[in-house]
Ligand binder design. Structure first.
Ligand SMILES: NC(=O)c1ccc[n+]([C@@H]2O[C@H](COP(=O)([O-])OP(=O)(O)OC[C@H]3O[C@@H](n4cnc5c(N)ncnc54)[C@H](OP(=O)(O)O)[C@@H]3O)[C@@H](O)[C@H]2O)c1
Length: 361
């Protein structure tokens, strides 16, 4: 199969042939349709955090995917070949044509989402869910401040918190104000223009910090006593939490198929929606990484955003689409055409329909 790999820390991404993975009894083999880019991919590849985020080189990046089940292990009962699924990876990465993954890490793809949209969901949505509910204990009627509200994780946090009946305040760039209002934020503070702790008149129950650094330090000033500071980017000072009589911790995503299934239902009923900014072909992953590097909040010592930094559209995920090769589409379309039994007089139309279904996302 084709895959994108990193051969050495800090090196170039290469796109070439690697062996197709085999599966264990509790795994499934997924034919990947799309995968999405996360900051974590770049951080792992840089080697700057190798003590806590080691990778085995050569390494295939990619923590999330959508695709179609190709094969199932003998212990797997929850899905069957042909099912459209999405999920997080549990070993090898998803920048590839095929992925072996634990059956427990996937869920059915929401039927109203394209494969590209579905690939953008698992990491950001589950981080948001766990950040605000599992760690932030957010409840109906409370107020939450979300730093980086227009980002991939932030946008789910805004939608989920608003759906749960909380008042949502987000920090973001002013360009994103209308977008954030449209997904449930009642107030947006432009972080480039205002200091949130100076303009907030009332304290909040929960801060979800997707930025870190000085933003995190200043967050203690706006938390109610007994409130929760949940950080996704760096540890929280326990001296500060004690001094301000709040709780605070850095979270680490613990993905699960059940959690993703719950999110899939919210997507399917239209309560929350995904946001895809750009789609690249898998082989153009290096360009996608250049785009996202310009938007890193800077807490990992990579490329900080700010004046002078290249800016992409500020919200939405970058997705990599695994294109089927022409001969593969033709062979699959032929199988589908035969399996359905062509209608006399409609052969060409039936054939084209099979091909359209296979190429449409
Ligand atoms: N702990 C975990 O398990 C976990 C899981 C997933 C993600 N994360 C981390 O969470 C962070 C956010 O991820 P993401 O995928 O949501 O990133 P993203 O999509 O790039 O979003 C970052 C957002 O932050 C905004 N921003 C930058 N500086 C800001 C500031 N000072 N104040 C307020 N907003 C600011 C950016 O807006 P502009 O572009 O307009 O500046 C952008 O909308 C990353 O560091 C990621 O590594 C952690």
């Amino acid at each position: 199969m084709k895959a994108v790999r990193l051969l050495e820390y800090g090196g170039q991404l290469v796109f070439n042939d690697v062996p197709t993975p085999t599966i264990a009894r509790d795994e499934i083999l997924v034919k990947i349709k799309s995968t999405a880019v996360n900051h974590l991919d770049l951080v792992e590849a840089s080697g700057k955090a190798r003590q806590i985020l080691p990778i085995d080189l050569p390494w295939i990046p990619g923590h999330e995917f959508s695709g179609v089940v190709e094969q199932i292990g003998s212990d797997v009962a929850a899905c069957a070949p042909g099912d459209a699924v999405f999920g997080t990876t549990s070993g090898m990465g998803a920048y590839a044509e095929y992925l072996a993954v634990k059956a427990a890490a996937i869920a059915r793809k929401p039927s109203n989402l394209s494969f590209e949209e579905a690939a953008s969901v698992p990491v950001a949505s589950q981080t948001a869910w766990q950040g605000i509910f599992t760690h932030g204990h957010l409840e109906k009627g409370q107020t939450i401040l979300i730093h980086g509200g227009a980002g991939a994780v932030g946008a789910y946090a805004v939608q989920l918190a608003s759906h749960a009946g909380a008042t949502v305040i987000a920090t973001a760039s002013c360009d994103d104000e209308a977008y954030l209002n449209s997904i449930g934020a009642s107030r947006v503070i432009d972080y480039r223009e205002a200091q949130f702790e100076k303009v907030l008149r009332e304290k909040v129950d929960v801060v979800f910090d997707l930025i870190g650094g000085d933003t995190q330090k200043r967050s203690f000033l706006v938390l109610k006593e007994g409130g929760h500071l949940v950080a996704a980017t760096q540890p929280v000072s326990q001296e500060e939490t004690a001094r301000h009589r709040v709780s605070g911790a850095m979270m680490r995503l613990a993905p699960s198929g059940d959690g993703l299934g719950r999110i899939a239902r919210l997507l399917e009923e239209g309560t929350i929606r995904p946001d895809v900014a750009t789609v690249y072909a898998l082989q153009d992953a290096a360009q996608a990484w250049k785009d996202i590097a310009g938007n890193l909040p800077g807490v990992h010592g990579m490329s900080p955003s700010g004046p002078g930094a290249a800016r992409r559209r500020s919200h939405g995920k970058i997705v990599l689409r695994v294109a089927w090769r022409d001969h593969e589409i033709r062979a699959r379309a032929y199988e589908l055409y035969l399996a359905r039994g062509a209608q006399p007089g409609r052969e060409l139309e039936d054939w084209l329909q099979a091909e359209r279904e296979l190429t449409a996302e």
